[in-house]
Design a protein around this ligand. Structure first.
Ligand code: ADE
Length: 298
């Protein structure tokens, strides 16, 4: 089977001798990011909860990117502090450095907020917010505090809230704020921390498989000013830019890759209702008058 093409808008060798960890690097957007980093000369450790996928993906990517593509994989549940510590220390031991962390691993499930159990809520918080925090903290404590580095976290289009995914919206908004705090706390050690926020119309086969059909994508398409799906390459280019020296003066920032969708329409429909009564002074005064009139004292 012919290898898939790999390329980049950035010059080959840009990330020679650099080392990155990409969580969720074996599928979807994370896989495209990994392929581009490898193409640019970076050595990459991919990590996720599912080890079998990782092995297959890393073998595939090794073949796709002409040598020397140096890719490793490690099973890691980012919710588990000890596993995150071990992912970072193993990477530093293997490669002798850690320049970039790309926090791409995450997930959620559709549910109205009223139906989210505490267990479900905590699981989404732990994966998306706590997992990102642990990855950043360990990368900093074990390497970047002394040597600098760049961290990019992939978040989502939650700018108008995220009805039906309220847990994930809250967690991702938390990540965005965490990013700002870390960018300031770690600036003096030469660590830059940013986010990339893809819109919900980035097409990947992994996302399509997760959603079970293309319907979700087709519906989202109406909300995209560009009138087309985004590509995983368009997200990866933003990540590569933020990791590169071209972004040396950018930290604590979030780059939306959504063609302006977050400024445009939303798919959420609110059913007709009469549950919101207007407030006016006139009504207020009328009510007060009624309460103080002699007849009301009878
Ligand atoms: N991707 C989704 N959930 C994850 C987890 N808990 N650990 C690592 N990668 C993940």
């Amino acid at each position: 089977m012919a290898a898939n093409p790999v390329s980049s808008i950035f010059r080959r060798g840009l990330f020679n001798n650099k080392v990155a960890i990409v969580t969720g690097g074996g599928t979807g957007i994370g896989k495209t990011i990994t392929r581009e980093l490898l193409f640019l000369g970076c050595k990459v450790m991919i990590a996720s909860r599912k080890g079998d996928n990782l092995q297959k993906a890393s073998q595939e990517m090794q073949k796709e990117v002409a040598p020397p593509a140096d890719i490793s994989f490690m099973q890691c549940n980012i919710r588990k502090e000890e596993e995150v510590k071990s992912l970072i220390s193993t990477t530093v031991e293997k490669y002798g450095r850690l320049d970039f962390v790309i926090n791409n691993g995450g997930g959620q499930f559709y549910s109205p907020a009223s139906q989210i159990s505490l267990k479900g809520w905590n699981a989404v918080m732990e994966t998306n917010l706590t997992g990102t925090f642990l990855m950043c903290r360990e990368a900093y404590n074990q390497w970047m505090s002394e040597h600098g580095g760049a961290i990019v976290t992939i978040i989502t289009d939650m700018w108008k809230g995220w009805p039906s995914m309220s847990h994930s919206g809250a967690a991702r908004a938390g990540v965005e704020n965490l990013t700002k705090s870390l960018a300031i706390e770690w600036a003096s050690e030469g660590v830059r921390v940013n986010c990339v926020a893809p819109g919900s119309s980035i097409f990947s086969e992994t996302a399509a498989a997760n959603y079970g059909s293309l319907d979700v994508f087709s519906k989202n398409l109406e909300m995209v000013p560009a009138k087309r799906f985004g590509t995983t390459e368009e997200v990866s280019a933003a990540v590569s830019f933020l990791l590169s020296p071209a972004a040396a003066f950018i930290s604590g920032e979030t780059m939306k890759v959504d063609a302006g969708s977050s400024l445009y329409r939303t798919s959420w429909e609110i059913p007709d209702h009469k549950k919101n009564e207007a407030y006016t002074w006139e009504d207020d005064l009328k009510q007060q008058k009624e309460q103080t009139s002699p007849s009301s004292k009878l």
